[in-house]
Structures are given as structure tokens and as C-alpha cells.
Design a protein. Structure first.
Length: 365
């Protein structure tokens, strides 16, 4: 699907291609291989040497990033409208004609090993691991396993290319665009990059499963873990209520929110400065939201959406297009930012409490 947010800009395009990975039959090692390939596509292509591609990146792209998750591999670009044609041509080269030599392979391999180790050291990843909730592991499930990555050698590059080609050939795609209205010529350029016939079907939202909620307490982390396939406006508001509570408490321990496909983690955890204050953490996680809290975060969200409709920050707009349209929030499918703002502005405190009580009624600290 293509989601285009028309902005007041005349000279800038921001766009993101997302490859949906969930239904490709990939195992954990394959996600690591896709992440490896994500590094390799930046090195050189059949028609662009390493130095030439590096210069193109520096001169033509305001932003060029790639990220692999359990659900998606996404590539984000911000560029001048005058460079749009060449940028799309280069991106297609990177996707379909990338290559590397042995030296580049080994350097990328070491970069990925360092990335895995850095990820394992992140406080939120340590916190999630301490929960012993093993459905999701951001290092081994996404970035790759150190032992598997170390075992790869340059002669096995075809294994990486095979998984990458499987993604290109079979993964449903979504394209997010922020910028001015496309001309007929620009639409043709997009069509050459994005195969509408092959990837025009929307990613299917998974059927809802009964929501279940757990409170998990460990010496260094306490977390509410909500099992639910779909997110909702309620969960975005709840995340912000927790964030504001954390700011008001100003403790030395940390708060964070993360999600995988089926789980939402609202976690507080210790850092290097102090032990976790169990009493305060339970207060943060379990206290019923007041009307004042609800109204405050409702105002924050609607103001954020207002800033998006002004078209100020290209990457922020792409990020919210992704959250609203791609990340399993059924209420927002096919809606404009203005329509989504209306959903939030008319969402009542009583509606919020009904959902909160449904999730928290049988939960005990």
C-alpha cells in the first residue's frame, strides 16, 4: 500500500519502503542474515563503486537509513525534489544490484558483532531479558546471534543473497511518502521502484486474540506485559501517562516502553545509580489514571498531530505514518492525520477508564 501525506513543502520528499517479514517463513538466523544484507547494500553496487556510492550518499541524500525489526525491514530517505529521480535510481541499484568484496564483508561482520554486543548492554534489553519473557529478543531475533554471525564467511555470501532475494520477491511492501503532490513523471519513478502489482495488497491485520495482562517483578525490573496482537489509541495514551508519571517522580531508575508483534512492555528498571524503588514503581504502573492525567496526555497527542499537519519534520511525519497505518492499529487504517486527531480529541475519559479497567481489573501488584 502507498500512504502519501501531502505537505506544504515544494522542494523536499521523504519516503520509506517497508518490507513485511512476518509471513515469509523466516527463522531467527534468517532475520540475522537480512540484517547483515541491510549493512551490505550500502557498500557498492554493480554500477557504482564503493567511493562513487559513498559520494552519492553524501551529496544527494539528506537522510538514508535502514532498520530491521521482527516485522519489517524499512529504508528511509529524505532528499531534494530535484534529486528525486537519481535518488530512486540509486536506491533501486542498492536493493537489486548490491555487491561486496571479502574485505567489506569482514568489516561489516565485525560491525554487526559490535552492534549485537552494544544491544545486549542496553538497559531496556537487559530489563526485558531479566523478565524471562522469552518470546522476544531484540538481539538474537533481529540483529543476529554472535555465534551465527561469526560462523559466516565470504564464501557463504550466497546464503545472505538468497534470503535477501526471497524478501524482495515475496515480501508485501508498504510505501510511506511525505511531500508535495506527485507529478505524473514522479509517479512513474515510484512505480519503477515500488511494484504496485506485486505488492499492492495491504498487510493484513492479525485477528484479535484475548488480551491478557501480567505483572512481572524481578529484583532489577518490574513490568506490565500486555499480550495483544493489535495496538490502539488507548495504548498510545497509556504509554504517555506512564512517561509523564516518570518525569514527575524524577527517580534515578528508568522507565521504557517497547513492543514486539504480540506484546507491549511497560517497564521500570534500575540503572547504575540506584536500586529500583518497588513502592514507587508499583505506584507508577498501577495507579488508576486521573482525569487530569488523561486530559494532559490527550492534549500532548493532539498537539503532536497538529505539528505533523504543518509538515515541519520529514522523519517525524514518516515515523507517525508508520505507527498509525502500519503497526496494527485498526482504528487508524486509511485515516488522515486530521481524522486521527479527531479520534483522539473525541476520546473520552470514561472510554479510557473502561479500557483501563478491562486490562487491569484482575492484575495484582
Amino acid at each position: 500500500m502507498i500512504f502519501h501525506h501531502t505537505t506544504p513543502w515544494k522542494n523536499t520528499f521523504a519516503f520509506c519502503i517497508l518490507f513485511y517479514l512476518r509471513d515469509l517463513g523466516l527463522n531467527k538466523s534468517h532475520h540475522g542474515l537480512l540484517h547483515f544484507a541491510e549493512h551490505l547494500i550500502f557498500l557498492e553496487t554493480k554500477n557504482l563503486s564503493q567511493n562513487k556510492l559513498r559520494k552519492k550518499h553524501a551529496l544527494l541524500f539528506d537522510t538514508l537509513t535502514a532498520y530491521t525489526s521482527l516485522d519489517f525491514l524499512d529504508i528511509t530517505i529524505v532528499c531534494s525534489r530535484s534529486d528525486f529521480t537519481e535518488v530512486c535510481h540509486i536506491l533501486k541499484e542498492m536493493l537489486y544490484s548490491w555487491k561486496c568484496n571479502k574485505k567489506q564483508f569482514l568489516e561489516s561482520q565485525q560491525d554487526i558483532i559490535n552492534e549485537i554486543k552494544n544491544s545486549l548492554d542496553q538497559p531496556i534489553n537487559k530489563a526485558i531479558k531479566a523478565l524471562n519473557k522469552q518470546e522476544f529478543d531484540s538481539s538474537t531475533d533481529v540483529i543476529g546471534n554472535v555465534q551465527i554471525i561469526k560462523s559466516l564467511n565470504f564464501s557463504g555470501l550466497d546464503k545472505i543473497k538468497t534470503v535477501w532475494k526471497q524478501m524482495l520477491d515475496t515480501a508485501p511492501q508498504s510505501l510511506l511518502i511525505a511531500g508535495p503532490k506527485l507529478t505524473a513523471a514522479e509517479i512513474k519513478i515510484i512505480d519503477k521502484l515500488f511494484d504496485r502489482k506485486k505488492h499492492s495488497k495491504p498487510v493484513k491485520l492479525r485477528s484479535p486474540i484475548p488480551i491478557s495482562t501480567q505483572f512481572i517483578s524481578r529484583p532489577t525490573v518490574e513490568s506490565i506485559v500486555i499480550d495483544t496482537v493489535n495496538s490502539s489509541p488507548f495504548f498510545i495514551l497509556l504509554q504517555r501517562i506512564y512517561y509523564i508519571r516518570h518525569l514527575n517522580l524524577n527517580p534515578d531508575w528508568e522507565f521504557s516502553f517497547t513492543r514486539d508483534t504480540n506484546h507491549l512492555f511497560y517497564a521500570v528498571y534500575k540503572n547504575s545509580k540506584s536500586n529500583l524503588d518497588k513502592k514507587q514503581s508499583k505506584k507508577l504502573l498501577f495507579d488508576k489514571p486521573t482525569k487530569k492525567e488523561f486530559t494532559f496526555v490527550q492534549d500532548i497527542v493532539t498537539k503532536q498531530i497538529d505539528s505533523l499537519t504543518d509538515g515541519i519534520n520529514p522523519q517525524e511525519i514518516l515515523g507517525w505514518l508508520d505507527i498509525f497505518h502500519i503497526r496494527n492499529i485498526p482504528e487508524f487504517q486509511g485515516k488522515t492525520f486530521s481524522q486521527i486527531r479527531k479520534i483522539y480529541s473525541t476520546f473520552s475519559y470514561n472510554q479510557f477508564l473502561l479500557q483501563w479497567e478491562k486490562i487491569f481489573k484482575n492484575l495484582k501488584a
